[in-house]
Ligand binder design. Structure first.
Ligand code: EPU
Length: 431
C-alpha cells in the first residue's frame, strides 16, 4: 500500500478560498452498479466514474472472477461478464474492501453458488453480515461456514423469491437482495429497506435494462424475478457524490470567501443544507450547484446537535466533517453517531489540535466551540475522517501532515488538485 502523505498550510481561520470545485461521480453508487454487471448477458458501459482506489479494487475483484473490465481512465468503464466465470471471491481483495460483499448476491443468483471470506472487523465498527446470511438462506440457499469464510449454494436452479423483513436498514443488504431478486424465481418483497439515492440510482438503471423493481425510494421494494438483463448499448451515468458535495460545502462554510460547488445534486444533501443555513451559513442552491459565501466580518456560526440517521436523515459519512464544523461554531453540540460504533475515533486528533471535545460513550460526544485549531501530524483512519482532517488542517493555524492518505484516495479522486485550484496550499508527498 502506498504511504503518501499530504502537507497542508492552514489558513488560521481566515475565509480566503474562492473559485469553483467540481464533484465527481458517487463511489457508493458506482460500486453496486459494477457488481450488477454480473446480472447482464451483454456488456455494460459506465460513465462519470471516479478514478479512485475502491473502483480499482472492485475492477480487480471482477477480473479475478473472469470478467473483462476496461477503464479508459477518463470516467468510462466497460464491463463484460460473458463466458465462464468463477464464483469464488478473491480473499485478499475482499478483505480490503467491505463493499465486496455486494458481489455475493449477483454471483449466487446467476451461478447458484458463491464463496467469500469473513469480512472481518473494520475501522468504523464491527459491520456484521447476518442480514445477508439470513436472506440467502430464506431464498433457498445452504450456507456453510468454515475457517476461511462462507460457501453458499442455491438448492434449486434459481433462488426463490421471498418476503424479507430487515430488522435494520442496510444499504448494501438492500442492494444485494434487490439484485438477487432480479434473477430469482417469482416475486421478492423487501421490507424496511434503505432508500439512499445510490440504491434508487441502481434500481432505476436495472429497470431501464429490463428489471421489474417497484417501490424505489420507499421502505418497501417489490421485485419480479426474470432472466438476465440486457443493456443493449445503454450506459449508466453515475450520480454525483453527495458526500463529496457535503464535505466541500462544510469546507466552504469554514474557509471560503466565495465557493461554487458544481455538478452536484443539492436535493441529496437537503439535511446538511438545512442545518447549515439555520446555523448562519449563507448558501444559495441551484439545480446542479451550491454557492457558499462568507462576509469579511462573518460572525461564528451557531452550534447544533447532530444525530446520524439513514437517508434522508443526517448521513454517518458526514459525521466527522460536521464534527470539524462544530469545533468552530459558537456553543455546545452533542453528536450522536447511531450507525457505527467506532466512527468517533477521529476526535482524538482534533483534541490534539486544540478542539474542546468530551466523549460520553462510543456513540456520543460533546463539542464546545469555537476553538482555535493548531496544525499537527494526523493519522487518516477511514475514507470519511480523512477528508474531515483535510478540512481541519485547512482551517488550522500552522501546517499539518496527514499520514495514511490511501484512505482518502479510496474515495476521492485527486482531491489535492481540486483543492489547490480554490486556493488551498496542499501538497502530496510521495513515499
Ligand atoms: N448491519 C447489520 N447486519 C448486516 C448489515 C448491516 O447489523 O448484515 C448494520 C450495520 O452494522 C450498521 C447498519 O446496519 O449499524 C447500517 O449499515 P449498512 O449495512 O447500511 O452499511 P453498509 O451497507 O456496509 C454503506 C456504505 C457506507 C456507509 C453506510 C451507511 C457502501 C459501499 N458503503 O455501508 O459507506 O457508511 O452504508 O450509510 O455503500 C464509505 O463510503 O466510506 C462508507 C463506509
Amino acid at each position: 500500500m502506498p504511504k503518501d502523505k499530504f502537507e497542508i498550510q492552514g489558513l488560521s481561520g481566515q475565509k480566503k478560498l474562492r473559485g469553483e470545485i467540481e464533484v465527481k461521480g458517487s463511489k457508493n453508487a458506482v460500486l453496486p452498479v459494477m457488481a450488477s454487471s454480473i446480472l447482464f448477458e451483454d456488456s455494460l458501459k459506465l460513465e462519470n466514474i471516479p478514478n479512485i482506489e475502491d473502483v480499482f479494487r472492485m475492477s480487480e475483484l471482477l477480473e479475478e472472477l473472469g470478467i473483462k473490465v476496461e477503464n479508459d481512465n477518463s470516467g468510462g468503464i466497460t464491463i463484460s461478464s460473458k463466458g465462464s466465470l468463477s464464483s469464488d471471491l478473491n480473499e485478499d481483495l475482499s478483505r480490503k474492501m467491505r463493499a465486496s460483499i455486494i458481489l455475493a448476491g449477483p454471483i449466487l443468483a446467476r451461478f447458484g453458488k458463491v464463496s467469500f471470506p469473513h469480512p472481518g472487523g473494520c475501522v468504523i465498527g464491527k459491520r456484521p453480515i447476518d442480514l445477508f446470511i439470513e436472506g440467502f438462506s430464506q431464498m433457498g440457499a445452504t450456507v456453510e461456514e468454515n475457517k476461511k469464510g462462507y460457501i453458499i449454494k442455491s438448492k434449486g436452479k434459481k433462488l426463490k423469491g421471498v418476503n424479507l423483513f430487515f430488522p435494520v436498514q442496510s444499504v448494501t443488504a438492500t442492494e444485494t437482495f434487490m439484485m438477487a431478486g432480479v434473477l430469482a424465481e417469482g416475486k421478492t418483497i423487501l421490507k424496511n429497506v434503505a432508500f439512499e439515492p445510490e440504491i434508487v440510482s441502481l434500481g432505476e438503471f436495472l429497470n431501464s435494462c429490463g428489471a421489474d423493481i417497484k417501490g424505489l425510494g420507499t421502505p418497501t421494494l417489490e421485485i419480479k424475478g426474470g432472466n438476465l438483463l440486457k443493456a443493449g448499448g445503454k450506459s449508466y451515468k453515475a450520480i454525483p457524490d453527495r458526500l463529496e458535495a457535503g464535505c466541500f460545502l462544510i469546507l466552504g462554510a469554514l474557509a471560503a470567501e466565495d465557493l461554487l460547488i458544481k455538478n452536484c445534486n443539492p436535493d441529496h444533501i437537503e439535511v446538511l443544507i438545512d442545518i447549515l443555513k439555520k446555523s448562519g451559513v449563507s448558501i444559495d442552491v441551484s439545480k446542479n450547484s451550491i454557492r457558499v459565501k462568507n462576509k469579511k466580518d462573518q460572525k461564528p456560526f451557531v452550534s447544533f446537535n447532530v444525530k446520524t440517521h439513514e437517508y434522508p436523515g443526517f448521513p454517518t459519512d458526514l459525521q466527522a466533517p460536521i464534527g470539524v464544523f462544530l469545533t468552530q461554531s459558537k456553543g455546545q453540540a452533542i453528536v450522536f453517531e447511531t450507525i457505527f460504533e467506532s466512527r468517533l475515533n477521529y476526535i482524538e486528533d482534533l483534541i490534539r489540535m486544540g478542539a474542546d471535545i468530551t466523549m460520553f460513550d462510543p456513540h456520543r460526544i460533546m463539542i464546545k466551540g469555537p476553538a482555535l485549531l493548531k496544525g499537527r501530524e494526523l493519522e487518516g483512519l477511514d475514507i470519511r475522517s480523512g477528508l474531515a482532517f483535510i478540512i481541519a488542517a485547512i482551517i488550522a493555524k500552522g501546517s499539518s501532515v496527514i499520514n495514511n492518505i490511501y484512505y482518502i484516495d479510496r474515495g476521492y479522486e485527486k482531491i489535492e488538485d481540486r483543492l489547490q485550484k480554490i486556493g488551498v496550499k496542499i501538497e502530496r508527498i510521495n513515499n
